[in-house]
Design a protein around this ligand. Structure first.
Ligand code: SAJ
Length: 422
């Protein structure tokens, strides 16, 4: 008989995971404390934007393979996919993980499998989760199998990557790792590597930390190039022609709920040793302020030059997610300093200062900022926008636009990391 799976947390990871398991014949119960998510799910609808997810969810809900509920229930497998935010102190807040684990206690039985998917500090599965599960009086590792199985999916490509990426599974013992591997093998086409839970937790953290450090390097280079009057984009392009060099792109900062958060979990474990990791986080976190300084210098602190229009507010292109977005941080800095900010982002609904009509957002603007490179922005008629503006200054934070084209239209084109003096 096919196992019944209970997935706790129906966010960006839990919902796609639930849908993919359901599509592979499992009876899946999706649990979320957010009533809107659950009610929509039971109507076959989703409230996030993610390619192919809507159709998949509709299909599995119609087949009754996936249902949404607000509390966990009896099942064979429990997968915890709840958020692990950081607090003001930059330490992981494990409240949701602890609550979710406690909630499944009454439903544990001999043979149950418990899997943590949430990105967590090293030791969370082996210490915190295991200790809570022990309250069931079952032998954790023998009666109940426990492990950590992190996702690696890229927002915008979640379904594709859920199925095709390799996976690392950590068990609190070998039999737990084998059980979990067997479960994911039903849909994962990549390799599944087995290890212990501490290793799997650190692997997940260092993947995002590796990327964060590399982006910090690019962001530091952008600042150095501005001051040396060299174009950072050319520097990176030519350096990357070396067979063993692959520098990432600078930008207005690093957002999302992964790169901007996960490295802190390593710093939390070893603050005395995680120097490079911490420094990189701080470099990336500084970028919205660097953008703000650049904006101030472009507008020359003139009282009459206060209207700024920003295109894009999400943390990266072609998604609707604004979590930790560097552009929303820049918006706040500008507002705190009395700039009038209009934001145009067709992907985001609930956003302060959002103006739905692009022309209205741009009218009488003193500065146009390209914050996010949504593909649809390629279709914008920038000449028309220039005619509506009160100035001709265009700040491209991501090297999205063609410099020559913009100059030919009549813009004063300013690019992050391209000889900006301030
Ligand atoms: N960014 C840059 N420069 C770059 C690349 C990205 O500034 O060259 C910025 C983006 O604009 C964005 C942030 O970094 O603000 C993060 O974007 P991302 O596309 O690098 O990653 P995420 O956060 O959408 O997804 C990451 C992925 N991790 C890695 O690539 C190592 C994904 O595979 C993980 O599953 C996901 O985190 C997660 O859930 O942990």
């Amino acid at each position: 008989m096919t196992a019944k799976i209970c997935i706790i947390g129906l966010g960006y990871i839990g919902l796609p995971t639930a849908a993919v398991f359901a599509d592979n014949g499992y009876k899946v119960i999706g649990v979320d404390i957010n009533k809107e998510i659950v009610d929509n799910l039971n109507k076959g609808k989703i409230i996030i934007t993610e390619p192919h997810l809507d159709k998949l969810v509709r299909r599995v809900v119609d087949k009754k393979n996936l249902i949404g509920v607000s509390k966990p229930c009896e099942a064979d497998v429990f997968i915890i996919c709840v958020p692990t935010p950081i607090g003001e102190n930059k330490k992981a807040d494990l409240k949701y993980v602890i609550d979710a684990t406690s909630c499944i206690l009454p439903y544990l039985k001999k043979g149950s499998v418990v899997i943590l998917e949430s990105t967590s500090p090293v030791g969370t599965t082996k210490n915190i989760i295991k200790n809570i599960l022990k309250k069931s009086n079952l032998d954790i590792g023998k009666d109940v199998y426990l492990g950590y199985s992190p996702e690696r999916v890229l927002p915008g490509k979640i379904i594709e990557e859920l199925i095709n990426n390799h996976r690392v599974v950590g068990g609190i013992n070998e039999v737990s790792a084998i059980k979990i591997k067997q479960l994911y093998e039903t849909f994962v086409k990549g390799e599944i590597y087995m290890t212990d839970t501490d290793t799997a937790e650190l692997v997940k953290l260092i993947e995002n930390t590796f990327r964060d450090i590399n982006i910090a390097f690019a962001n530091e280079l952008a600042q150095i190039c501005d001051s040396l009057e060299i174009n950072v984009w050319d520097v990176i392009k030519y350096a990357n022609k070396h067979p063993r060099v692959n520098i990432l792109n600078p930008g207005p900062g690093v957002g999302g709920h992964c790169l901007a958060v996960d490295p802190w979990f390593i710093v939390e474990s070893r603050p005395d040793l995680a120097n490079l990791i911490k420094l990189s986080r701080n470099i990336n976190d500084y970028m919205p302020q660097y953008m703000f300084k650049l904006v101030k210098s472009l507008l020359k602190d003139d009282e009459d030059n206060k209207k700024i229009t920003i295109l894009g507010a999400t943390y990266k292109p072609d998604i609707d997610d604004v979590r930790e977005s560097p552009i929303t941080k820049l918006i706040n800095l500008l507002k705190e300093n009395d700039y009038e900010v209009c934001v145009y982002d067709p992907y985001v609904n609930n956003l302060e200062n959002k103006v739905k009509n692009l022309n209205v957002a741009v009218k009488n603007s003193n500065l146009l900022i390209l914050g996010v490179g949504h593909s649809i922005f390629k279709n914008i008629d920038f000449k028309e926008l220039l005619n509506l503006m009160n100035s001709n200054i265009l700040l491209d934070t991501i090297n999205f636009l063609n410099k020559e084209d913009m100059i030919n239209i009549g813009f004063k084109y300013v690019l992050l990391g391209d000889k900006n003096e301030f």
